[in-house]
Design a protein around this ligand. Sequence first.
Ligand code: MGD
Ligand code: MGD
Ligand code: MO
Length: 767
Amino acid sequence: MTTSENKNAHSPIAQDPNTPYDRGPAGGWGSLRGISRIFGDVGGSTVAAKILANLNKPGGVMCSSCAWAKPAKPAKFEFCENGAKATLWELDEKRADAAFFEEHSVSELKSWHDHDLERAGRLSEPLRYDAARDRYVPVSWDTALQEIGQILQRIAPKEAVFYASGHAGLEASYLYALFARAMGHQNLPQSSNMCHETTSVNLKTFIGTPVGTCTLEDFDHCDAIFFFGQNTGTNSPRFLHTLKAAVERGCKIVTFNPVRERGLLEFVDPQNIMQMITNHPTRISNKYYQVKPGGDIAVLAGMMKHVLAREDAAPGTILDHDFIASETTGFAETAALIRAFDWSEIEAQSGLSRALIVEAADIYIAAKNVIGIYGMGLTQHVNGWLNLGMYCNLLLMRGNIGRLGAGMSPVRGHSNVQGQRTVGIGEKSAHMPAEKLKAQFGIDAPSEEGLNIVKASEGVLDGSVKAMLSLGGNLLRALPDRERLEAAWPNLDLTVHISTKPNRSHLAPGKVSYILPCLGRTDIDRQASGPQAVSMEDTFSHIYGSLGTAEPPSDKVRSETAIVAGIAKATLPPNPRLRWDEWVANYDLIRDLIAETFPDDFSDFNKRMMQPGGFYRGNPARDRNWKTESGKAQFTPPTTLSALGQSPSGQNAMTLITLRSNDQFNTTIYGFSDRLRGLEGSREIVLMNRKEMDRLGLTEGQTVTLRSQIDDGIERQIGGLKVTPYDLPDGTVAGYYPELNPLVPLSYHEKNSLTPAYKGTPVEVRA
Ligand SMILES: Nc1nc2c(c(=O)[nH]1)N[C@H]1C(S)=C(S)[C@@H](COP(=O)(O)OP(=O)(O)OC[C@H]3O[C@@H](n4cnc5c(=O)[nH]c(N)nc54)[C@H](O)[C@@H]3O)O[C@H]1N2
Ligand SMILES: Nc1nc2c(c(=O)[nH]1)N[C@H]1C(S)=C(S)[C@@H](COP(=O)(O)OP(=O)(O)OC[C@H]3O[C@@H](n4cnc5c(=O)[nH]c(N)nc54)[C@H](O)[C@@H]3O)O[C@H]1N2
Ligand SMILES: [Mo]
């Protein structure tokens, strides 16, 4: 179905004939049931209920789930179903302690489901892998830190990799980035390397900023919001309140997504008693277009073509000529290429008719202020750079970047993924200025660029990487090409996991392997000077403090800040200016260091971090200060109409997209209910539309094998996937991340940033 009208508004929730089970709107009673299920699962307490009541409010805990804003004036309950799940998951009463690891060998745990591994509970003491017994056994902190330090001293600095998932606060992250450089390397890959790296690298060249240009305020002033490949209802549900308010003001919402995602269709606000009682949803998208995976460049080309045609018909009325002339470069060349594309090509590549694309472009033109939202549907493609380039082009044509109510707005994933980059986590020298390292600590910064996650993974495969530290995360589930990497991981001399719960990555221990249990954000972080707050940055570049209030899982669990400092101290030669113990005793001192290294972003950090709504660190593009090579915003000439690196070829070949369910946070699987998509019970499934099922002679529930068509001499396939009918464009199959990750080659990634192309892999479907 590619029709555009969203007819679901104010009617009983329609059952889609292509969808197997009944499903409710986003929010509503379903979200409350979801929360109460997890509450029961983890033994929820009154402490947990109190933390939820203060979640995302000034002085409370900042949610460890997504990076959506924490408003200065929070709602009565400023949390969503998934934030509650993440919080309760961390407050788990169960313990994955020494007794648990004594009972279960690593080989046995390998047969467990990801869900069951994390359900074992919170890690509560440091553990070292004992190969002879195939078990993790308890060890003292001193022994752990000393041995890790000795191994890191023994190898060459560039043989070590320090990975960070976007959870840890700015304090631990800054020390981690400093530690790497003091050791002599910048191998600091981060989860964003699998995520919005496409944004960080390409947006920077187009408009001179690696992050979005909007703030929450813009959503009160926009006339249209476009959504390309971002699933709000599942991945940033508190955004739905902002959208509902915009819709009620008359703002138009237009969505391009191969999947009809519930949250972008309709929403029942769980805090609105009348809406809850009547189950009368608010329609979110006015128009919903089921673009083909990788078809967005073509859509954007079509929209731009129509904008140019309207300008030709009434010169001087459609384009923002002043803005284009004074603020941008490359318009003429780009416009010429757009004019040259054929509508028939655009229709074939996008899977949408000219009439539908024109309809969307007319909404774009009618709106004075437009915000462009996007997520993984644009970034995780080989030509992700051009997805973003074309999206910028469309906005720039009418001056929609750098003024109130308009802008480019990537929605970030992890709660502090953006902030970690701001304080120095990243493989380039630019991430942490060399002159500051010298002045503050007397350290000579490494000049060689470090490894991002794709290069670090290649290093594990070819043996050039010898030690892998992980500050959070679960690389062996999150990365592409899992089977190859899982086989190579045990060859590492050292693996160190700083984690809250057991996960699959712990089960491929290196020759020496440690699991170091850390505090989560909800826990009280007691240090010598008293309980400590930590801080993080949201998707709108606002920075907040967060104060944990739950009793930690055990007295043997340490803060991420203390663990990073402990390893650094055990590794580095003494340097009186690296005052690890004093910093751990009082995080204010670390924030002073951050403010000294990054004065433009963090002045008065300690004073401002607890202010309602956080403090804004600014964005040059928002002020039309273009930090690009030319000093202007850059139009990007399109060289192709497809975002796919390789199209599927042959009768039974399709493009695979990998999805997150409503019941997971990345590799953490809370349960098996993808309520918003009406999919229950199993994650070993493959979705396709009924027409494609008939064409391939497949029946509902039949199991099939998917085989990757990318040919690099390595065979990649996964069997036992249950065919499930679903409303998708022709030529498209969908399944779950991380289950389907072995199908995506490590080498199949976005061109400039190396972000894995998880949304556009050509696969054969075999009965
Ligand atoms: N509950 C929950 N919340 C999360 C997460 C989670 O796993 N669970 N993960 C967090 C993280 S780290 C991140 S990065 C964000 C991710 O949040 P999103 O950016 O929303 O990422 P995805 O859910 O992977 O995919 C987004 C959408 O892209 C669509 N899509 C796929 N291919 C294409 C395409 O070619 N074109 C277009 N236009 N659309 C396409 C999919 O149908 C899907 O609806 O969410 C964060 N929040
Ligand atoms: N096929 C496919 N693959 C993908 C994606 C996709 O869309 N499709 N998306 C990609 C994206 S966007 C991302 S961001 C990556 C995510 O990749 P990662 O960030 O590596 O993975 P997570 O699942 O977020 O990490 C979960 C683990 O983090 C630990 N943890 C949780 N909370 C904390 C904490 O507070 N501190 C510490 N130290 N540890 C903690 C727990 O042990 C938990 O098991 O996956 C990528 N992989
Ligand atoms: Mo992400």
